[in-house]
Design a protein around this ligand. Structure first.
Ligand code: COA
Length: 423
């Protein structure tokens, strides 16, 4: 039994942000019915293809455990099927450009008429306001949500991060909103609208930078490396390189092999509580009692020099040796892991954080599994559907159409050809 068993999701999502959300719901046990345009489908099926004529990894890694129905929602018959889906499902999730669903005739008012219990969940780039009509992709959200202006080095341009906080991050926020609305519905008996704007989600994840923006009014941010270097602060939160972002100074330091391996680095945190152990480990026992080093405030203007000294030590060890030496002493460190190392890490396979999936068109591939583990709701990752693979099954078994009616719908052009996996 899974947490969301019995919940039916009409999945009108595409690209990344919406599909991440519905994939999470599917992993929690919801029956996710992905509606795609006949012959075309979700644009990501064909984007960044690595295997000819096979669904791309971009698509497969975002659409596990779902069923696919193809439906042209702009035809009369297609609209009928769509309305029947709205009446049958508990949740509708979409991330079209603003207004697209209204243009299909599915306004919030119409949805409520068809199914007052429906939870109608959307990802949009921006919430209500001057930019509400804009189309938005990942990096635009990172820029508008405050991430880019605070990422990178002080002397360089703004940077986007590799973590897809705008897309996958917003999908996660939306999933949280949907399960909350499902819970509220138990008492209220009513559906509601759920909106996750990408700008809001990115900002939520960047809140420590808004914290620092306000601290600036009361003086320089003395835990930033910039402070130690005597560089004046401007009027906005600056880019802080690899500074830790919290109250404990940290830095990325070179490890043995850094000259040839781009990932031979460790993150090293000089947590105040273990300062003495840090001093002993790197061979500077005098710093434990030297008044210029013994307390966190005394160290603030010397952080660069301190990390240079620690790096002299880390350069003599591999990033894993640093971990082995520091971890037992509670000195917080972390190896910079490459995607290759993550893909090959046995412990991540054991916890099913990374899983291998078989696919009829492309063979086996790696993907991420459910990132949140529920002890009573196992998430068994199943391959993504082929385009329209479940069209007939959904029309007959979920919506109750007869075989003759399905033939009529097909003849009208409202559904496309189904793709079936070779036996
Ligand atoms: N049958 C018929 N028409 C369909 C259909 C179906 N099954 N599925 C989609 N369509 C149509 C829509 O009705 C819409 O047509 P319209 O604009 O003529 O009314 C069109 O296909 C898709 O619209 P749109 O969402 O504008 O796609 P796009 O490729 O131009 O834009 C985004 C892509 C992601 C920029 C845009 O969808 C967006 O801004 N979404 C919200 C923010 C977001 O999620 N961004 C992150 C993406 S990872």
């Amino acid at each position: 039994m899974q947490a969301l068993k019995g919940v039916k999701v009409l999945d009108f999502t595409h690209v990344q942000s919406g599909p991440t959300c519905t994939q999470l719901l599917a992993w929690l046990g919801a029956d996710v019915i992905k509606v795609e345009r006949p012959g075309v489908g979700d644009a990501t099926r064909g984007q960044l293809r690595d295997v000819p004529n096979a669904d791309s990894l971009y698509f497969t890694m975002l659409n596990h455990n779902k069923r696919s129905i193809t439906l042209n929602s702009k035809t009369e018959q297609g609209k009928d099927v769509l309305e029947r889906l709205v009446k049958t499902c508990d949740v509708l999730v979409e991330n079209f450009a603003p207004g697209a669903l209204d243009r299909m005739g599915l306004t919030w008012e119409r949805i409520q008429e068809l199914n007052p219990k429906m939870i109608y969940a959307s990802v949009k780039g921006f919430g209500p306001g001057p930019y509400e009509d804009c189309k938005v992709y990942e990096n635009v959200a990172q820029c508008a949500g405050g991430s880019a202006s605070t990422t990178g080095f002080l002397d360089g341009p703004p940077l986007v991060t590799g973590a897809q906080i705008g897309d996958s991050g917003t999908g996660l926020h939306l999933a949280f909103g949907i399960v909350s609305a499902l819970y509220q519905r138990i008492n209220s008996g009513k559906g509601q609208r759920v909106l996750a704007a990408m700008q809001d989600s990115v900002l939520n994840l960047c809140r420590v930078k808004l914290r620092d923006q306000q601290r600036l009014a009361h003086g320089p941010l003395n835990e930033y490396t910039q402070f130690g270097k005597g560089i004046e602060f401007g009027d906005a939160t600056p880019r802080a390189g690899n500074d830790s972002g919290g109250g404990q100074p940290g830095a990325i330091l070179k490890c043995k092999g850094w000259e040839t391996d781009p990932n031979a680095y460790t993150y090293f945190i000089t947590q105040a509580a273990v300062w003495e152990k840090v001093c002993d480990t790197i061979g500077e026992p005098g710093w434990k009692t030297d008044p210029g080093y013994a307390t966190p405030p005394a160290r603030l203007d010397k952080l660069e020099q301190i990390f240079e000294r620690i790096e002299q030590w880390t350069k003599t060890k591999s990033k894993f040796e640093v971990m082995e030496i520091c971890n037992p002493q509670d000195i917080p460190v972390g190896p910079i892991l490459s995607m290759k190392e993550i893909a090959e890490e046995p412990s991540l396979r054991e916890t099913e954080t990374v899983v291998e999936v078989d696919h009829p068109e492309r063979g086996s591939y790696l993907t991420v599994g459910m990132p949140v583990k529920l002890s009573d709701s196992p998430a068994d990752v199943k391959r993504s559907p082929l385009l329209g693979e479940h069209t007939e099954e959904i029309l007959t078994q979920v919506l109750g159409y007869s075989a003759d009616e399905v033939d009529q719908i097909r003849a009208s052009g409202a559904i496309g050809e189904m793709k079936q996996a070779a036996q």
